[in-house]
Write a new protein. Structure first.
Lengths: 454, 1068
């Protein structure tokens, strides 16, 4: 009996000896728990960081296009149908792609910011800075885009008393984060973008990853929205110092539907490549360029031919995006910096500087030898011209909604948006609460957030 | 209490008393059929009440105090009464005659050990070979349908383990699939590779005591499959089985989500005339054929006369008739199997050969399978046994056919047109609308491009899509018995399987013509050569090593005590890999030359728009590894054969990723006991209920969810466009992750009446599934979004689920003479209830209809609906209660509806179900009919919603629509509307008006066979010939729903067609 017991124990011991290491193998060779600089870098290469940017509601609600009678009710997406006519209710219980995708990118950025916990080796320092800078840039950009859709128009006087958006700064999904104030939202955006600029490289692996010039361009855009024209001008200049190239539209083939270079990386104006979504309402079947906008282009202006083409159904389609498809391109580019700086200089009283910037840009936009530089001494008139050129230059970039919002605060430029469809007239006057889109229902319910009043 | 003590005292005295004047009698009990000793026969002195059991040698010993009668009985044998006197006498030799209807001793195989059913405390279902063979054809799992209590097919006609629920639900989000064990090791390959003719028996392990030996993956039950083995000293048995199964053509008119041609044409015409629906687009998104016809008429391209003629043809065409004529056929399944087995004194063997050929009901589809296996076991020394077996399967599948769905346009704006024709009057194959507009395709052909039409009937003849797969399984084992009571065994299994799909496209195939045309440049150059393309999809392979060492100990201490113990360890490592495939352009099938050397980077303009690169080689390479390590022990103690205690303990570990090391493993255990009441002397009802046993078990098993992780997990991939590595964030991590655990309590009773006329068992069980992983609802601002990459993050251990049920099985022998009539009744009742969850409540009711969240106190299978208030008398639109009045505020009503007020219509899975099988035999003729029923459940059906036909939503309820005031009394289908409205649709679609009871009774199958009488075969070297016929899916006898819906096939295109099989089995 004793012998038997010893034998069985021995047999069991032999079996237990083989253990631990056997289970340490990864179940999927491509899986890993991120813990190196390379891992965090790879996260930021995800195509979702550069596609379906959260500007869709702004694009749908802006005055850059119209759709023909009979094509609204056949849209399947409730948000598109409702946003076009600025209805009170937008999502009808559906989720919001703008909201969702921005926060997913913010999760990626927050995850990548775990890189801060790594003390990089010497040869890793450059990549470490790049990853941290890029992550901050992406987080700032997405919070900025969300604020343009779901927060009130920035006004320094009231920002501390109106709600912002939930600011998640860590990847831990168990944290509950409320709306905070608009001032906190902009403070965070500025902090992230400012820190990013210091860390970003002058040259990134490609244009889907931000470089220093893109960082300054983002800061310039944020300050412009905050009506801080001095800092907006400063960062536009810093961006242009690093990259100020413009494409001479005379070198493009205007007979092509989409004349800009196939490869965005070859486009010398592009600072940061970012794609919009593919909203059906601005697709080829419905899109018609806004006639007021089309009428603004002079015959000598090449943008009319390069930006637009005629569809076989008779509609005028926008084909001037820096991506060769019907999708909108909403990245950062040098032309925006030139026109932003011109506006800032005009607002700051530097009429000469403003005109220099504007004329420099337009020289690349007009037919060879047909451009007469604009001469004007009245600062307000210059500002008016610059804003009109801004509208003509930055078409379907997602910036029009932002511009309409900030200008609606200014009685000189504020106007009422009007849609006519199926015999109905819809208006969006300045100061209307519908300039702020509602927060999607599922977020309000699950996170117990305060809804925007419309 | 006092009475009990007195009673005990009496028994003690009764024991002692005989010692005063006793006479010892000795004897042996043998079986009269083979003269073998019977171990465990009961020997009872009727007067004295004394009972003894015969030992392994059949011997027994009794003390006699006076003249008495000896009752000798043994299961399956006719009891004998033998008078005995106190005079000294010689040794008694008692021979028992087997009963005509013997109850064979059922040996249950758990994969780790074998135990006679009588000694097992746990809950098992044993399906023997004869029962398995009732069913002709099909996969081995299909043969379990309706014959094993507690085993439920959630997907009627399902062939894989995931279609089966063993005793209800024990998980929410994780794998619900029961574990399949084949010859002692978990089987993860395709169960359809196994030839059912090679299977001896199937055992289903249902409770903790049965299943816990399989540990962390046994939470959903275990199905143990045992293959046919040879026996020592068995004469060679050769069996040849040949059968063919013919299936009816499918009933394409079953699905109600369609409308006849004239109605669809009317809708299309209306949409065309309204404008806005058929917008010309650069994508050349196709328009329906009839719309193209209307356009041609309006453009003056065809005459009015010609138009009317064409229109009439379309109106009189029904695509389902066309499909039935050209795309479907009666299915045909042929099965040939040869099995040989036998053994000598020191060796035994089994050999199996099977070939199956299936001609699918879809023209052009089919598959075949070849199985070969060989098993050998040797006894080179006494106590030592060596075994080795090899199993080989080769499978081929052709998928060249087209189904009704494949006739759709491939576009998002419209689906299948009901009026399309496949062949014209002249017998020419006709094109159907596909991918692009017809005029565009025609203009391109005029421009000199290849013909761009899709002709379904031509495609079927040209297609050559094959999947080939092989699987090899090697088993080896050593068993060594030593020191009398010990037995050491070591087993090893290696499985290797691979499969690849290869598609060969001829130059005339639509695939090649479409690709060539799309990449034909402005100047007419073809970027893609117009020639054969051979596309080899990424081949998938897997291999697994499993090894186990086990020490068994069993010993009887005297005649009262018996102990059986086993302990062992098991390792398992499985790898699944996918390798890069290939795409050979300019392929020459004759010389097998082809070219892969292309520029896959340059973007070429494509037609009708955009640009594209040449479709590249499928280049990804993946690898997945599963590892399991387990230690286990199991023991049982039997006292006087009546009292059994059993216990098991197991530790399981796996390479779950991103899990903290101490969470990789989990200890699981079980205890059980059984009491054979009929073995007691005081058992009062031995006359009519000679056998009664009570048993109970409690224990735990687990479940693994591989998609969850405690740490953030990323997955690398290649962005070929940017030539950069990127990473998907698969999970943001869940630090509080635990394993799922299922605790089960099982109580059972087994009985047999006198003469084994009625035998049966009843079992009651409760399963407490704890720490179940489920999707939590997280606010999207966490970054965990619908359709996001890190969706697994919201999987947390949050829910507890309780499942209760009763399984009853009753066998009765109704007639036993010239005609034998046996009935087998199985009844199962199962119910589950969510007992705990801690996620925030979801306020939007939409979720409750599509994927209902768990709600405490309710069934996980609950089906929710909105109340139905009927249709408005004036408008025929749905009425809703809002603000205290009936009205049409659909949006406000729906969006503000409190989920707590939703109606629970019932559960989606039958909670009371069972079967009744009657077997009648007379001489060699045997008839067996299986009737199954499923009750206590509901299903939601579709209908037509106002205006939805303009979005392409069709349903035959179109004809039951409200037309005029008063119709609301006879129909619930709302009136027509110009366009659909989301909320108006929802309030009807998810209302109780569209929920029906699923209760039904059906004849599942009928088997009729005839075995030639022995004498008829004369001196032929044949042991037996059996002819058999078999009908499956015979039909529904009764159903609760008034609609034409078969509750087992609510959303299916068609229910499983009836099949007829005929076959012959010859034994040599």
């Amino acid at each position: 009996m004793k012998k038997e017991t010893v034998l069985s124990l021995a047999a069991l011991l032999v079996c237990t000896a083989c253990g631990r290491n056997f289970l340490d193998i990864k179940p999927d060779v491509r899986l890993t728990v991120p813990n190196t600089v390379q891992d965090y870098d790879a996260l930021l290469n995800h195509i979702r960081m550069n596609t379906a940017a959260s500007v869709e509601l702004g694009i749908i609600g802006s005055d850059e296009y119209y759709i023909p009678d009979g094509t609204l009710t056949t849209l399947s997406g409730a948000d598109e149908r409702n946003a076009y006519i600025w209805a009170t209710e937008i999502f009808e219980g559906d989720e919001s792609a703008d909201w969702n995708r921005a926060y997913e990118r913010i999760l990626y950025a927050n995850m990548a910011l775990e890189v801060e916990k790594i003390t990089p080796a010497d040869k890793e320092i450059a990549l470490w800075k790049n990853v941290k800078g890029s992550a901050l840039f992406f987080r700032a950009l997405n919070y900025y885009q969300l604020a343009q859709l779901f927060c009130q128009i920035y006004d320094a006087a009231t920002a501390a008393s109106v709600p912002g958006i939930p600011l998640r700064l860590e990847y831990d999904v168990t944290q509950r984060v409320g709306r905070g104030t608009l001032a906190q939202t902009y403070r965070r955006i500025l902090d992230d973008a400012t820190a990013a600029v210091e860390l970003l490289p002058e040259m990134a692996v490609d244009k889907k990853r931000p470089n220093k010039a893109a960082g300054h361009a983002l800061l310039s855009r944020i300050y412009l929205q905050m009506a801080d024209y001095g800092l907006a001008e400063k960062h536009a200049s810093l961006s242009l110092q690093l990259q100020d190239d413009l494409i001479d539209l005379n070198t493009l083939d205007p007979t092509l539907n989409y004349p800009f270079p196939e490869d965005v990386n070859q486009n010398i104006e592009v600072l940061f490549d970012n794609g919009g979504g593919a909203a059906t309402i601005v697709g080829l079947a419905r899109f018609n360029a806004d006639t007021t906008l089309l009428a603004l282009y002079s015959d000598r202006d090449l943008r009319r031919d390069v930006y637009y083409f005629a569809h076989t159904n008779g509609a005028t389609i926008f084909g001037g995006g820096y991506v060769r498809s019907t999708r909108t391109w909403i990245g950062l580019a040098t032309d925006e910096m030139w026109i932003t700086r011109a506006e800032c200089r005009a607002r700051l009283g530097d009429v000469q500087g403003a005109l220099e910037d504007l004329n420099h840009l337009l020289r690349y936009r007009f037919r060879d030898g047909m451009f007469d530089p604009i001469k004007e001494s009245n600062a307000e008139e210059v500002l008016r011209i610059v804003l009109q050129e801004r509208r003509k230059e930055l078409v379907m970039r997602g910036t029009r909604w932002e511009d309409l919002r900030r200008l609606s605060n200014d009685p000189r430029f504020a106007g009422t948006l009007v849609r006519m469809i199926d015999g109905q007239r819809y208006e969006l006057p300045a100061g209307d609460p519908r300039w702020v889109w509602p927060i999607p229902d599922n977020e309000v319910e699950l996170n117990k957030l305060e809804q925007n009043i419309r | 209490m006092k009475r009990k003590i007195a009673l005990a005292a009496f028994y003690v005295l009764a024991w002692i008393w005989p010692c005063i004047a006793q006479q010892e009698i000795n004897g042996f009990v043998y079986s009269s059929s083979n003269q073998m000793p019977l171990h465990g026969a009961s020997v009872q002195l009727k007067k004295a009440g004394q009972i003894r059991h015969s030992g392994p040698d059949g011997g027994f010993k009794l003390e006699l105090t006076g003249n008495d009668t000896l009752l000798v009985s043994f299961v399956g044998y006719i009891p004998r009464y033998i008078p005995v006197t106190v005079e000294p006498q010689q040794l008694l030799e008692i021979y028992l005659e087997p009963e005509a209807e013997t109850l064979e001793e059922v040996v249950i195989n758990t994969g780790y050990y074998q135990v006679p059913r009588e000694r097992a405390t746990g809950s098992f279902v044993h399906v023997d070979n004869q029962t398995l063979n009732r069913v002709v054809g099909g996969s081995i799992l299909q043969r379990l349908e309706g014959i094993a209590p507690g085993v439920q097919f959630t997907n009627a006609g399902g062939t894989s383990a995931s279609d089966i629920r063993v005793r209800g639900l024990a998980t929410i989000q994780s794998d619900e699939t029961p574990l399949i064990v084949l010859d002692g090791f978990p089987y993860e390959g395709d169960i359809n590779t196994i030839n059912p003719n090679d299977i001896e028996s199937v055992t289903v392990l249902k409770d903790a005591a049965a299943a816990s030996i399989w540990g962390a993956r046994a939470g959903n039950g275990v199905i143990v499959i045992t293959t046919k083995q040879g026996r020592y000293g068995q004469k060679a048995q050769i069996s040849f089985n040949n059968n063919v199964t013919i299936g009816e053509k499918p009933d394409l008119f079953y699905n109600q989500n369609r409308l006849p041609s004239d109605i669809v044409m009317q809708i299309e015409k209306e949409k065309y005339e309204r404008g806005g629906y058929y917008n010309e687009a650069a994508t050349q998104a196709p328009f329906p054929e009839y719309v193209e016809l209307l356009i041609r008429r309006d453009q003056g391209l065809i005459s009015g006369e010609k138009f009317t003629q064409q229109e009439t043809i379309l109106r009189n065409t029904e695509v389902r008739d066309e499909a039935l004529r050209y795309l479907y056929r009666p299915s045909q399944y042929r099965q040939h199997a040869l099995n040989v087995r036998g053994g000598g004194e020191t060796m035994r063997y089994a050999f199996g050969l099977g070939y199956d050929r299936n001609r699918s009901t879809i023209v052009g589809n089919g598959n075949d399978r070849l199985n070969i296996n060989m098993q050998n076991t040797f006894k080179p020394l006494e106590g030592l046994e060596l075994s080795g077996s090899i199993w080989y399967t080769s499978q081929g599948t052709e998928t060249n056919g087209l189904t009704l769905d494949d006739l759709g346009s491939g576009a998002t704006n419209f689906g299948l047109s009901p009026y399309i024709r496949l062949r014209d009057e002249m017998g020419n194959s006709l094109p159907v609308v596909k991918d692009y507009r017809m005029p565009y395709k025609e203009s391109m052909a005029a421009e000199g491009l290849l013909d761009w039409q899709f002709r379904p009937l031509d495609e079927i003849t040209m297609a050559d899509n094959r999947t080939k797969g092989t699987e090899m399984r090697l088993n080896g084992g050593v068993r060594y018995a030593f020191l009398r009571h010990f037995n050491l065994s070591a087993d090893y299994q290696f499985v290797r399987g691979e499969s690849q799909t290869i598609q060969h496209y001829t130059p005339d195939s639509y695939y090649v013509r479409n690709l060539v045309n799309r990449y034909t440049q402005e100047d007419g150059t073809q970027v893609i050569p117009h020639n054969h393309i051979l596309y080899g999809q990424r081949p998938a392979g897997q291999h697994a090593h499993s090894a186990r060492g086990q020490l068994n100990y069993s010993r009887d201490f005297g005649s009262d005590h018996a102990v059986a113990l086993l302990a062992g360890a098991e390792m398992r490592s499985g790898v699944r890999e996918t390798e890069p495939g290939y795409r050979l352009y300019n392929y020459d099938p004759e010389y097998r030359t082809g070219n892969t050397n292309f520029d896959y980077v340059t973007r070429y303009p494509t037609r009708p728009r955009l640009t594209g690169t040449i479709p590249e080689q499928p280049s990804g390479r993946d690898g997945y590894m599963d590892r399991f390590l387990s230690y286990y022990g199991n023991g049982s103690y039997t006292y006087r054969k009546r009292y059994i205690l059993s216990a098991s303990l197991r530790w399981d570990g796996s390479n779950l990723f991103g899990v903290k090391t101490n969470q990789r493993g989990t200890p699981l255990w079980s205890v059980g006991g059984s009491w054979e009441a009929s073995g007691e002397r005081f058992y009062p009802i031995a006359d009519w209920l000679p056998y009664l046993r009570l048993r109970g078990t409690y224990g735990s098993a687990g479940n693994v969810n591989k998609s969850v992780s405690a740490y953030p997990v990323i997955r690398y991939a290649m962005d070929t466009g940017r030539d950069l590595q990127y990473a998907d964030l698969q999970s943001a991590g869940n630090p509080s992750l635990r394993w799922e655990q299922v605790n089960t309590l099982n109580m059972g009773m087994d009985w047999r009446t006198m003469g084994n006329r009625i035998t049966g068992s009843i079992e009651y069980y409760t399963k407490w599934a704890q720490d179940l992983i489920g999707a939590d609802y997280l606010p999207p601002s966490t970054g965990i979004i619908t359709g996001g990459t890190a969706v697994a993050t919201n999987l947390i251990n949050y829910a507890d689920l309780q499942t209760k049920g009763v399984d009853v099985q009753i066998n009765s022998l109704n007639l036993n003479g010239g005609i034998t009539w046996k009935s087998l009744l199985m009844v199962s009742w199962v119910r589950n209830r969510v007992t705990h969850f801690n996620t925030g409540e979801v306020a939007t009711i939409g979720n409750y209809f599509t994927s209902p969240p768990p709600v405490v106190g309710r069934s996980r299978d609950a089906l929710y609906a909105l109340p139905w208030a009927g249709l408005d008398h004036e408008t025929g639109m749905p009425l809703v209660w809002y603000d205290g009045a009936l009205g049409a505020e659909y949006s406000d009503y729906y969006r503000n509806y409190d989920p707590a007020d939703l109606r629970i219509e019932g559960v989606r899975v039958p909670s009371f179900y069972g079967s009744l099988r009657n077997d009648v035999s007379w001489k060699g003729i045997a008839l067996s009919v299986l009737v199954t029923w499923k009750t206590n459940y509901v299903f939601r059906r579709e209908s037509i919603y106002p205006g939805v036909e303009y979005d392409g939503g069709y349903h035959m309820d179109y004809f039951r629509r409200w037309q005029k005031p008063g119709d609301e009394r006879i129909t619930d289908v709302p009136a027509w509307a110009e366009s659909s409205e989301t909320y108006r649709t929802q309030v009807y679609r998810h209302s109780e008006a569209l929920v029906d009871r699923g209760d039904h009774v059906r004849i599942q199958d009928v088997n009729l066979s005839y075995a030639f009488p022995r004498d008829l075969l004369g001196r032929l070297p044949i042991a037996g010939i059996r002819l058999y016929g078999y009908v499956r899916n015979v039909g529904i006898l009764w159903k609760s729903t008034q609609t034409g819906i078969d509750p087992d096939y609510v959303t299916a295109e068609y229910p499983a067609p009836r099949t007829f099989a005929f076959g012959v089995q010859v034994d040599f």
